[in-house]
Design a binder for this molecule. Sequence first.
Ligand code: SF4
Length: 407
Amino acid sequence: MPEPINEHRKPRISVVVVQPTPFCNINCNYCYLPDRTNKATMSRDILRTLFERVFASGWAGEQLTVIWHAGEPLVMPVSYYEEAFSLIESLRPPDLQLRHSVQTNGMLLSKAWCELFKKWQVGVGVSIDGPRRFNDAHRVARNGRSTFDKAIAGIRLLRSEEVPFHVISVLTDQSLDAPDEMLEFYRAEGIENVCFNVEESEGDHVSELFASHAPQERFRRFLAHFWREARRDDRIHMIREIDGIIPRVFRPGDGELDNIQVVPFAMLNVDCRGNVSSFSPELLGLKNAAYDDYIVGNVLTHSLEEMQASAAMQAMTRDIHAGVARCRASCEYFSVCGGGAPINKLSENGSFDSGRTGFCALTQMVPTDIILEAFDQLQRHADAQSVQQVLQDLTRRSESVRLEMRV
Ligand code: SF4
C-alpha cells in the first residue's frame, strides 16, 4: 500500500515545465490552450531568476528534467535555446543532473535544431496523430490546411540526423479503431518510440471521443491489439502506455509511488511572464477565482517558500489531496495510479476533490488490465523460472524507457 502524501515534507522538484511563449504556429481543433495566439516571450531575466530560485531552494532532486512546452517551443529561435541552455548550465549545481526536453509539432524542424538537440542531448517528442487522414482531421494550420507534410518531413530529418525522438499521437474517434493502420505508419516511417494520448476533455475542450460509444472498451481493443502486433518484431521499441505502466504494476510492495502530478512543486510550471503553477501543467493559463487562476506566485517577486505558503497553493493542495484520499479509499488501481491527474478530475468532475475520470479509466485501468491479462496467460503457459525471467526483462526494459522519457 503506498504511503499517504506527507504535506509537511520538503518539496522535491523533479520537473520544471517552461513555457517560453504561449504562441503556437498551428491550430489543432482539440487544443485546450487558451492563449495560443499570444506572441509574448519569456525574458532572460525571468529565466535566470527562475533557475536561481530553483537551484538555491535545495528543493531540486538529484535529477531534474526541464521540459520546454508552449504553445510551440520551436517558434522561438535556435539562438534563444542556445543562450537559455548555457545560462542554466552556468547556474546548475555540479551534483545535479539536468536534462532538457522539448515537445514540438515538428513543423519547424531544421538541421540547426538537430545540431542543438545533439549538442545538448535534448529529449525530443514530436506530435503527429498517425497517417495523413487521421493527423489532418484535427492537426491543422491556422488557414485550416494540412500539417502532415511538414511534420513528417521534420520526423524524417530527425531520423537522417540521428536525433533520438519519440512520437506522441492523440487517438481520436477516427483512429481509435485502426491500430493496424497506426502501426503500419510508425513502421513505415521508422518511428520506434510511441506514446498515445487519448483525446481528453481539458479546459474548454470537450472530447468528442469521451462522448462516443464505449471509449474505454475501444481503447482496450486498440492497445491490446497494437501491443500484440508490435511485439511480432522489434521495430517498435517502446509503447509508453505499456512500458510506462509495467514498472508500476510489478514494483516491489514497499517501492515509492511516483505520481508527480499530486505532489506540490514536484512539477514547477512557469509561463512566459514568470507566473508559477504546480501539479498538472495544463492548469497554467486556465481561469478559476477560487484558486487565483492556479497561480501560486511569480518568480520575479516571490520566493518558492512564499509560493508554498500562498492561499492558492494551500487550497489546491488541500483539494487535490482530498481527491487522492478518495482514490486511495475506493480504487483498486490506486497502487498503480497514485491518484490520477488533477486537471482531468477538474475538467471531467468539476473538482480536484473527486475520484474516477474517463481519463484515468483509459490511461491507468485499461493498460493495467491488459498487462495483468498478458501476465496471467504467461503464467498459464510457461514454467515459474521463465515467468520470472520475462518479468525481470520487461521491468528492466520499462525502467530504462521510463528513465529515458523522465516524464
Ligand atoms: S485510476 Fe482513477 S480512480 Fe483510480 S486512483 Fe487513479 S485517478 Fe483515482
